[in-house]
Design a protein around this ligand. Structure first.
Ligand SMILES: [Zn+2]
Length: 222
């Protein structure tokens, strides 16, 4: 896959990565699933309107700075994508940013295949995609998030899923993983119970048992 296509995938589709022991501080490789980077960016933009699930910056000052950065980055990507779609095609950019990113990559490749774009312009535009990946990722480094399967052990909760305001359904139990420190914590989005210490996380892992995503729990030492 070309660097361009790889970047488009990461921006617009769920993707996964394997963190090395150097990155995690653990003694093994850690597979992690991520949502599309543009979804992560949208979440960063919404951060000050409600609870954020990744939460890299907990103090208010750096948090609002992060929000500003996220908004500015989103506007920059959106404006650039639309400008290039307009310039390189007769059509209009798709409304949805992810769709517009895919659209721009398609237009770019069609021009390349037809020989209707200079190498310099092609290099310039195709180089934008990996740069956007890096810029979005920088906002999020380090925390990542993994949905866990199974019901919450809180007897007053026992939820397996939560439904967001936009109607999307996700697992109630979510594990967060801090890339640089190897720190793991889990939380129930339905009732707010948290598992922070290794002992607590191990208990949660035992509770979830065979249903659990053992690959992830093993990887983080549970
Ligand atoms: Zn719960």
């Amino acid at each position: 896959m070309t660097e361009l296509l790889h970047a488009v995938e990461k921006l617009t589709r769920p993707w996964s990565d394997v963190l090395s022991p150097d990155e995690t501080g653990l003694d093994r490789y850690l597979p992690v699933d991520y949502p599309p980077l543009l979804d992560m960016l949208d979440e960063a933009c919404r951060a000050n309107t409600g609870e954020r699930s990744h939460g890299s910056a907990s103090d208010p000052a750096s948090r609002s700075l992060l929000d500003l950065e996220a908004h500015a980055l989103r506007e920059r990507i959106d404006g650039t994508v639309r400008a290039w779609v307009g310039q390189l095609s007769k059509g209009r950019a798709e409304r949805d940013l992810k769709a517009a990113v895919v659209q721009l990559a398609g237009i770019l490749q069609a021009h390349k295949a037809a020989g209707t774009i200079t190498d310099a312009d092609y290099g310039r535009v195709s180089g934008l995609f990996p740069r956007w990946c890096a810029q979005v990722w920088t906002l999020w480094d380090p925390p990542v998030r993994k949905e866990l399967r199974g019901a919450c052990p809180n007897p007053d909760c026992e939820q397996t899923t939560v439904t967001a305001r936009d109607g999307s359904v996700s697992s109630a139990l979510v594990a967060g993983y801090v890339r640089n420190t190897g720190q793991v914590q889990a939380k129930c989005s339905a009732c707010g119970w948290e598992w922070v210490t290794v002992a607590e996380l191990r208990l949660l892992g035992e509770w979830l048992g065979a249903e659990q995503d053992t690959e992830f729990l093993n990887a983080v030492g549970l």
